[in-house]
Design a protein. Structure first.
Lengths: 344, 310
């Protein structure tokens, strides 16, 4: 673990806009302008080798879009994704992408949709091996599939079965085996446990942590579940409406949250110590990203917003605690460092 | 060994499946299936089982023309269902005619299915302009009645081909004509299903590893959209056989020297009012039973494969 401090993935100014306008004819007839949905609107982060960065946020804040851009399912509208020194936007064809694609894989949210129901598990797990032509010999492929299945806690004979013969947790294990089959260094996990029972969630998370330790994997972990994030992450990024509100080491973000949105989120975690205590409910709803608020996107819901927040977009600034926060109130020292009280 | 293992496994899975269970449970479907199989086997083995080779002009005897069925006064036992105006055995012409009808049916369904599935997959998966172009062509195509398209293609082919090739090419022209006028159904169904499947995560997983779109379409999406396509194909077989018979009845189908069921009905129709009813009735009856059986099978398959009705 000597080289843990070198960044494997660097994301700078990443943005993705979707054109959600009506068809051209309807737009002209109704006299409506183009409508652009800013799913991700300029975010920066780095992930060091062997580390887990978790992105959290409410539904529709753009965290899944970030995951999809990082694995190359969407092309960024702006910004760059640099993987181990190679800018992925600069790679044109599939042939150029292949060496990078082998090194990054994805684990999906829905274990019932992420495995082709017509394929045997063995074929599903070996697909990346065959696609990247990692092993030529058929017997060696079968051997490797058995080894991968054992690695995720299944039996090699499970390779002959179909996905519908497995439970949700087992399917997610198959999904992980498939992702590991090309021996990747970087795994993007898009809410891998949100479709599972709580008891199974823990098993999958422990498996993922165990694999990270043994294989030196780097994770980008997308989740809306703060308890899961607290369990698995090294660093945490809090997203709001396509932007990063706050990013920093897990301990700092959970113990000393600076951004008002982070505080609001953390205040919603159920906790035995706080049973019966008066809480600040999460007020308001996420605004429409087609027509986001001016200035700081969080200002309509923020108890500390002033005129500057309404007009000027806050830039991410490092704090003395080691995290990075995009908030005028924090920057100006208008906020106390302690937890957000119910009075707010 | 692995192939044999797969086959055994496939049979075992089929015998265990809901589809086979619902098949066993319905006597109508079992009968329809048995009848269809009898027709298909008879059509395939026709040259071996017909009592008279009606294609061989030298063996025809005009003295035997207009004989009634065997059980009617004046009928001969060797001509079970009677003979037509040229002394051809009606039973033999029906079996040989069914062979032509089924051949045209299967071939045109295969053509429509291949075209429709390929275009539907591409339209649904690629989307955008490609999708718009393919589906607008299909819409325009759909605004003409199928029979009109078939007549058009048949007419063009007749105009282009030299006269002595007409009869030889007739079967292929009919297959093309029916195929080109029925692919839209397949394309629309497959496109709709592809739009659903392509957003599922197993397709995304294949895209993450950079699999070529063609491979994703045929290896991942296609097997998951084939269920409904099989239903349409089964129902389409009945329709294709009927369309071919309609064309042959109208005289633009296959030539009278190698008559299909439709041709036989047309010939028989000329003599219906002069009392030789068997020449039109028996081919007609056969056609009805064949198409009914196929349609019953198709209907059952649609219900059996529809999870909402289980």
């Amino acid at each position: 673990m000597a080289e843990t401090k070198s960044a494997l993935v660097k994301v700078a100014g990443l943005a993705r806009y979707f054109d959600v306008s009506l068809p051209w004819l309807n737009r002209v007839l109704d006299g409506q302008p183009r409508q652009i949905l800013r799913a991700v609107d300029g975010i920066d982060f780095e992930i060091n080798k062997g580390e887990t960065l978790a992105l959290v946020g409410e539904s529709g804040c753009g965290k899944s879009t970030v995951a999809r851009m990082v694995v190359g399912l969407y092309r960024p509208s702006m910004g760059s994704i640099v993987f181990d020194g190679v800018d992925m936007a600069g790679l044109g064809g599939r042939a150029e992408m292949a060496p990078i694609r082998r090194r990054l894989q994805m684990i999906f949210q829905d274990p019932y949709a992420s495995l082709n129901p017509r394929w045997r598990v063995g074929a599903i797990v070996s697909e990346p091996i065959r696609a990247f032509k990692l092993i030529d010999d058929e017997a060696a492929i079968q051997e490797r599939v058995g080894q991968l299945l054992r690695q995720v806690g299944l039996s090699p004979v499970d390779g002959h079965k179909y996905p519908h013969e497995f439970s949700g947790g087992q399917r997610q294990r198959i999904s992980i085996a498939r992702a590991l089959s090309s021996q990747p260094e970087f795994l993007v996990c898009d809410e891998p446990t949100s479709a599972l029972d709580v008891s199974v969630q823990a098993q999958i998370l422990n498996l993922m942590k165990d694999l990270q330790r043994r294989l030196g994997l780097t994770y980008l972990f997308i989740s809306h579940n703060l308890a899961v994030v607290r369990h698995i992450a090294d660093r945490v990024g809090v997203m709001y409406l396509g932007r990063l509100a706050e990013i920093g080491p897990k301990q700092t973000v959970f113990a000393l949250p600076r951004h008002p949105y982070t505080r609001m989120l953390l205040d919603t975690i159920p906790d035995l110590d706080m049973t019966g205590r008066q809480r600040t409910p999460v007020a308001g709803e996420v605004p429409n990203p087609i027509n986001p608020p001016t200035g700081c996107a969080f200002h309509p819901r923020c108890p500390f917003a002033n005129d500057r927040c309404k007009t000027e977009r806050p830039e991410p600034k490092p704090n003395d605690t080691g995290s990075i926060t995009a908030c005028h109130a924090v920057e100006e020292g208008r906020l106390p460092a302690g937890p957000l009280t119910a009075a707010a | 060994m692995p192939i044999w293992h797969n086959l055994k496994d496939l049979v075992r899975r089929f015998l265990d499946s809901d589809v086979f269970y619902s098949f066993k449970r319905s006597p109508t479907v079992v009968i329809a299936f048995a009848l269809t199989m009898v027709f298909i086997v008879a059509a395939v083995l026709a040259p071996l089982i017909v009592p008279h080779n009606t294609y061989d002009v030298a063996k025809l005897n005009l003295m035997d023309a207009f004989l009634p069925p065997a059980w009617v006064d004046g009928g001969k036992f060797s001509y079970l269902l009677g003979t037509d105006d040229q002394g051809r055995d009606v039973f033999s012409t029906i079996i040989l005619g069914a062979r032509v009808s089924l051949l045209v049916g299967f071939a045109s369904v295969a053509l429509a299915l291949t075209m429709g599935v390929a275009l539907g997959l591409i339209a649904g998966y690629v989307g955008g302009v490609t999708d718009a172009v393919i589906m607008r062509v299909a819409d325009v195509k759909l605004s003409f009645p199928a029979i009109l398209i078939v007549l058009l293609i048949d007419g063009i082919a007749r105009g282009l081909l030299p006269r002595d090739l007409h009869d030889k090419a007739a079967v292929y022209v009919i297959v093309m004509a029916i195929g080109f006028s029925t692919w839209i159904q397949y394309a629309r169904t497959v496109r709709g299903l592809t739009l659903v499947e392509k957003n599922k995560e197993y397709v995304q997983a294949a895209r993450v590893i950079g699999l070529h779109p063609i491979l994703i379409m045929f290896r991942h999406v296609l097997p998951n959209v084939m269920g409904p396509v099989l239903v349409i194909a089964t129902l389409g077989l009945g329709i294709a056989v009927l369309t071919e018979s309609t064309l042959s009845f109208l005289g633009v189908g296959v030539p009278p020297t190698q008559p299909s069921l439709g041709t036989l009905i047309r010939i028989g129709n000329n003599f219906l009012f002069s009392g030789e009813w068997w020449m039109a009735i028996f081919p007609g009856l056969f056609l009805v039973i064949l198409v009914l059986s196929v349609n019953l099978l198709g209907d059952w398959l649609r219900d059996a494969l529809n999870p909402k009705l289980r």
